[in-house]
Design a protein around this ligand. Structure first.
Ligand code: NAP
Length: 274
């Protein structure tokens, strides 16, 4: 639930951790959210669970998984967790098996993990760095989708949500290769949605703008970075993870039953056309 706070004339939103919401449109559904122990992924996991889903949390570090699960369980939500580095096939297999054995199926897959190991001009990017970004951001999303398809095909209302970025449309300065990977995800969403439509599996993307998380600190923390960010954001503020998680819940729910292959941009009005 979002509350409005005004600081120095600027409107911010803060969230309160309501354990249940009156909107229970995901009741009876099972969701997997990758990279869900912090930031946007954590907020998506919480929101899906608040709307009634059973949610499998995961990320690379066990300590983070435990902390996130403990927090959400203490809020009365139905979640469990497992370690999963999305770039490791064994980890992805265990995530699949754990979801099957714990919840017996899957209705919602949110592919949220991404890395950006460097801040540099495109042609300063070393081959290994290019490979790492494409491996985690693009290839792992593709493999995760492919490996979870048999489980999703058993669902009556399967939905895949991919976390792209507004950088997919308008590359961030010095984040060129990351931006390219996010454009590839928009294309993956479009291409796979066409193939999976006849199976009844919807695939959609979210393209957040600059959202207040650890990942995006370099884009807003210093005065200079904040000034550049504000020059691009019509709404003149950084977004919050909770302003993305509601979109994920919508795309995962039957409220979006006639939407597939689309990307929803939530960026406070940044430029977002290819
Ligand atoms: P964040 O706050 O830094 O959270 C990162 C999460 O990812 C943590 O839970 C981390 O936990 C996990 N993680 C990192 N590498 C992983 C891997 N290889 N496998 C599995 N889990 C991994 O990041 P965020 O800002 O929420 O970003 C989430 C997604 O939103 C990314 O796809 C990002 O590109 C996208 N996005 C973010 C923004 C923004 O401004 N924040 C804007 C547009 C798009 P562990 O350390 O335990 O693995």
């Amino acid at each position: 639930m979002l509350r409005t706070v005004i600081v120095g004339g600027i409107r911010y939103f803060t969230s309160s951790a309501a354990s249940t919401m009156s909107c229970q449109r995901l009741k009876g559904k099972v969701a997997v959210v990758t990279a869900s122990t912090d930031g946007i992924g954590f907020s998506v996991a919480r929101r899906l669970a608040q709307e009634g889903a059973k949610v499998m949390i995961s990320s690379r570090k066990e300590v983070n998984v435990k902390k996130a699960v403990d927090q959400l369980v203490s809020e009365g939500l139905s979640v469990s967790g497992i370690v999963c580095h999305v770039g490791k096939s064994d980890d992805r297999r265990q995530l699949l098996n754990e979801t099957k054995s714990k919840y017996g199926g899957l209705d919602i897959l949110v592919s949220n993990a991404a890395v950006n190991p460097v801040v540099s001009p495109i042609f300063d990017c070393a081959e290994e760095v290019w490979d790492k970004i494409m491996d985690i951001n693009v290839k792992s999303t593709f493999l995760l989708m492919k490996e979870f398809l048999p489980l999703l095909r058993e669902s009556k209302t399967p939905s895949i949500v991919i976390m792209s970025s507004v950088a997919a449309y308008d590359p961030f300065n010095l984040l060129g290769v990351y931006s390219i990977s996010k454009t590839a995800l928009v294309a993956l969403c479009k291409a796979s949605s066409e193939e999976l439509a006849t199976d009844g599996i919807r695939v959609n993307c979210i393209a957040p703008g600059i959202i207040r998380t650890k990942f995006s600190k370099p884009l807003y923390e210093s005065e200079a970075a904040n000034e550049i960010a504000m020059s691009r954001i019509a709404m003149q503020r950084i977004g919050l993870p909770e302003e993305i998680s509601g979109i994920a819940a919508f795309l995962a729910s039957d409220d979006s039953s006639y939407i597939t292959g689309e990307t929803i941009v939530a960026s406070g009005g940044m430029s977002s056309r290819l």
